[in-house]
Design a protein around this ligand. Structure first.
Ligand SMILES: [Zn+2]
Length: 290
């Protein structure tokens, strides 16, 4: 049963949230000696897997986790809300890890919830630290001071993107093609979404066009072309900055969550993606050289 539905539970959440927020504000007001957002014993803000992987493909997973730093409590949300698609991309990290292993590709994953700060939103976007998501108010993101915003940028956003940049910079021995792995909810605002998988791009269509062709050839599932989301500078960060910004062929994969919620489903989609990539890798590398 959802714990936030009764008035009593709501009141409890609000009270608990005020107390967490109060202690965070006190800590933030202590000036240059402010306690870091992440305590030393908390999981890192970014994880790099198989950094020396020999594939030409570099994988990133912007919405891999739904963890919230201890100092921020639960952002005023209940566990079910944080576990829902507004908090992260369920299943995406599992597929990304399997694909990384299958192709011997390096992978960078974010360590905390997109609701703390969204690593795939420009900092100027209202969705960077969303005050509501999917119609759910996020109490812990309301009325933040500049210092509170900056602490999230410094602790989570910057290190994640620095890790991607470092990884790409270090690959002097081989070319890089960039693929970000996301997942999407099967039903949005009451409307079912027909695609099993989507491949999206921004200005650079090279890698997306090849992946779309390979996926369409290799199975009887529905593939969205720039669906359910295109890549746009106003709302995307990772592909515009690390892909287009470096002139690397890049694309975003979106997997429908009902297809990857079990280990078997995630494994099947990782295998399909690996197969599609193997079919088009040589041509993608030629597009990089031309
Ligand atoms: Zn995502």
């Amino acid at each position: 049963m959802k714990s936030g539905v009764s008035p009593g539970a709501d009141a409890h959440h609000a009270q608990a949230w005020r107390s967490v927020r109060g202690s965070a504000l006190m800590a933030a007001d202590t000036g240059p000696t402010t306690v870091p957002l992440l305590a030393a014993d908390e999981p890192p803000c970014v994880e790099t897997v198989n950094a020396d992987g020999r594939s030409s493909l570099v994988l990133v997973c912007d919405h891999a986790a739904n963890r919230v730093p201890r100092r921020l409590g639960s952002l005023g949300l209940d566990a079910l809300q944080l576990a829902d698609h507004i908090g992260w991309d369920p299943g995406a990290a599992d597929v990304a890890r399997r694909l990384s292993a299958e192709l011997d590709a390096p992978l960078v994953l974010s360590g905390y919830s997109r609701l703390v700060i969204d690593c795939n939103r420009p900092l100027r976007s209202a969705e960077s630290i969303a005050e509501q998501s999917g119609g759910v108010p996020v109490p812990g993101n309301r009325g933040l001071s500049p210092g509170e915003r900056q602490s999230r940028i410094d602790a989570l956003f910057r290190p994640y993107h620095a890790a991607i940049a470092r990884l790409l910079d270090a690959r002097t021995e081989r070319p890089s093609l960039l693929l970000s792995i996301h997942s999407f909810t099967p039903v949005l605002n009451g409307r079912p979404r027909p695609w099993h998988i989507g491949v999206s791009c921004g200005r650079d269509r090279r890698l997306a066009a090849l992946m779309l062709g390979a996926l369409a050839r290799s199975g009887d599932f529905s593939v969205g072309d720039n669906q359910p989301y295109p890549i746009e500078d106003a709302i995307d960060y990772t592909i515009p900055v690390h892909g287009e910004g470096r002139g690397l062929p890049s694309a975003m994969i979106e997997l429908r969550q009902d297809g990857i919620q079990t280990a078997a489903g995630a494994a099947a989609w990782a295998a399909r993606l690996a197969q599609a990539y193997r079919l088009i890798e040589a041509e993608a590398l030629r597009s990089l050289a031309s």
